[in-house]
Structures are given as structure tokens and as C-alpha cells.
Design a protein around this ligand. Structure first.
Ligand code: SF4
Length: 328
């Protein structure tokens, strides 16, 4: 591991100041960053420890939603009775991620910012544009089982690994931040992550030193049912091959609300307005669900080893919608 300096932030303002220095990284749970540092995939000049900041609460909001502090452990969030009762898709997604020990340590903010699990990103002898801009991408033409079928570029086809972020995307969550100049920002999760394009090393719209202080969760749509379905290579402690977060309401026999987000398919938690539009106003049926899958996958492209993801997510989406709407 390369040498680095360490400071413990006494306030969020001090954290943004120190975190804005060249080569600085925030650390809280450290469940991903420490592994990356040991492998010298990440070599920060300084670590700014934010783990003692008062960002560990879950507060009810006037609109009926919640403000979740960035330092809330994943385990605590999954066990919160309000989350279980009103945002069960989030509790399910959290419990589908990592292991109990990791969930006890990992935080909400860190979960959002975890790095891809692309094999080549972690293999320092392979070219990787995300690790070393301009080096090339060993995944393209290499092993692609876990790679993206939507949203990739000629520079990077890695997927985003978070389950939590997929559920938050379906729930229209907003990331709350504090910037180095003292201003606060509220960034809808749909605008938080960047597609890889020509700069896959830049993964979010966060500015240097900008600190995630929380995640705002709006109240769930009235009457909606929620589900998170994850397909993976083993029953626990594995990243999604594909996953579906669905929030669906049916009123008077027609689908009145549909929010669908997908993991394992793309470089960011993927949402498809076309798939949702194919459902709204329709009576639930398997042909309608298949039309939504067609809309989702119109631009999907496999890379060989990951071609299976296209029919797999199609079946997973249809099964999830059938479960939520009790369609045979
Ligand atoms: Fe690196 Fe992205 Fe290519 Fe993986 S897919 S090797 S992360 S550039």
C-alpha cells in the first residue's frame, strides 16, 4: 500500500475543505476503498475520515418522506421499521447486497460510490480506461459475463455493482450534498451517475470535495406494491447478473404507476421510461409485460459471454411484474 496522510474531519465543512485537496479521498466504512488501496488500484495522497460526522440519523420529513444520513449503516437502514413498512424494495435490495458483516460497516454514501467489480479494473496488468485513462479496455473482446448490455461505450462496458442504488432509482431518491463553497445541492439519483462515454474514470457529477450528506426519499406512491428481484451466480454474497426493482400500482384494473430500475445491465442503475410507458394505462397481462421488456431492451447489445443477460432480464422483469400484479 502506498503511503498516505490521514485526517479526521471535525465538521462537514472541514471535510469538504480537506476532501477538495488534490489526491484526497473521503473514507467512512472503507469496505471498498481499503481493498482498492491494498491492491494499489486507488492510491490517494490523503484520507479524510468522515465517520465521526453527525450524519447517522434517519429523519422523517414534512412531505412524508425520509432523509437518510450518509453514514447510516446498510444494516440499520434495512432494519428500520419505516423502511420495511413503506419502502420494502429498499430493504430487500440492501439485504440482497454483500454479507452481514459488510452491511454492518458499509454506509449509504459509500454504497452509492462503490466502484465497479469489472475483473480487469482489479487486475493491474490489464489495460483499463477507468483505472488508467487512455490505456484501453481489456473487457471489450475479453471475458464479458458480468459486463453491461446497455449504456456502455467503446471505452468501458463495466456495470455498477450497487443493489441499494437500483432500489433508490426506482424510488426517485435524491442525493443531498455539501459543496466546498458551502452550498448544498440536491441531485436526483437519475442525474447523479455519468455514463462512461470517453471518460469512464469520471463516474458521478460530484465536484472535488463535494460531500454526500444524505439521501432524500420521497413518500412512496399511494397503493403501490414493491419488489426487488436479484439473479446471481450463488445464493448470497454475489453481485447481480441482473436485478429488477419495481414499484407498481394498479387502480381500477389498470396500471396507474410503474417505476422500474435495473441492476447488472449498465454502468449505472438503469431506468427505462419506455418500459414504464408501455405499462401505464394497461390492464396487467403477460403480453403487456413482454412489451415493456421489449421497450427496455430495444438498444441492448451483448458482448458474447453476457448475451444471456438479455433473455434473463426479460424473464426476471416479467416474473416480477406478474408477482406484483398477481397476474397468472
Ligand atoms: Fe476498465 Fe471499464 Fe474496460 Fe472494465 S470495462 S476494463 S472497468 S475500462
Amino acid at each position: 500500500m502506498k503511503p498516505f496522510s490521514y485526517t479526521r474531519a471535525e465538521s462537514a465543512e472541514a471535510a469538504t475543505r480537506d476532501g477538495g485537496a488534490a489526491g484526497a479521498r473521503f473514507i467512512a466504512g472503507g469496505t471498498n476503498l481499503l481493498d482498492l488501496m491494498k491492491s494499489e488500484i486507488e492510491t490517494p495522497a490523503s484520507l479524510v475520515d468522515i465517520s465521526r460526522l453527525p450524519l447517522g440519523g434517519i429523519e422523517a420529513q414534512a412531505d412524508g418522506g425520509l432523509l437518510i444520513g450518509a453514514l447510516v449503516p446498510n444494516s440499520d437502514l434495512a432494519a428500520d421499521p419505516r423502511i420495511i413498512a413503506r419502502w420494502p424494495v429498499l430493504a430487500r435490495a440492501l439485504l440482497a447486497g454483500a454479507s452481514g458483516q459488510l452491511r454492518n460497516k458499509a454506509t449509504v454514501g459509500g454504497n452509492l460510490l462503490q466502484r465497479t467489480r469489472c475483473y480487469y479494473f482489479y487486475d493491474r496488468v490489464s489495460p483499463c480506461n477507468k483505472r488508467e485513462p487512455g490505456a484501453g479496455c481489456a473487457a471489450i473482446g475479453g471475458h464479458t459475463r458480468i459486463m453491461a448490455v446497455l449504456g456502455g461505450s467503446a471505452q468501458c462496458i463495466a456495470t455498477h455493482p450497487s443493489d441499494m442504488a437500483v432500489a433508490l432509482r426506482a424510488l426517485d431518491a435524491t442525493v443531498v450534498t455539501l459543496q466546498a463553497d458551502g452550498d448544498r445541492r440536491r441531485i436526483p439519483l437519475g442525474g447523479f451517475y455519468r455514463l462512461p462515454g470517453d471518460t469512464p474514470q469520471i463516474e458521478t457529477v460530484l465536484a472535488p470535495g463535494e460531500l454526500i450528506t444524505g439521501v432524500a426519499l420521497p413518500p412512496p406512491p399511494g397503493g403501490a406494491r414493491q419488489a426487488y428481484r436479484k439473479v446471481r451466480d450463488r445464493a448470497s454474497y454475489a453481485f447481480a447478473l441482473v436485478s429488477v426493482a419495481a414499484v407498481v400500482a394498479v387502480a381500477e384494473g389498470r396500471i396507474a404507476h410503474a417505476a422500474l430500475a435495473f441492476g447488472g445491465l449498465a454502468p449505472l442503475p438503469w431506468r427505462s421510461a419506455a418500459a414504464e410507458a408501455a405499462l401505464i394505462g394497461q390492464a396487467p397481462s403477460r403480453p403487456v409485460f413482454a412489451a415493456a421488456a421489449d421497450a427496455l431492451l430495444a438498444d441492448a447489445r451483448g458482448q458474447g459471454e453476457n448475451d444471456f443477460k438479455i433473455p434473463l432480464v426479460r424473464r426476471t422483469l416479467i416474473a416480477t411484474l406478474a408477482e406484483l400484479t398477481e397476474t397468472r
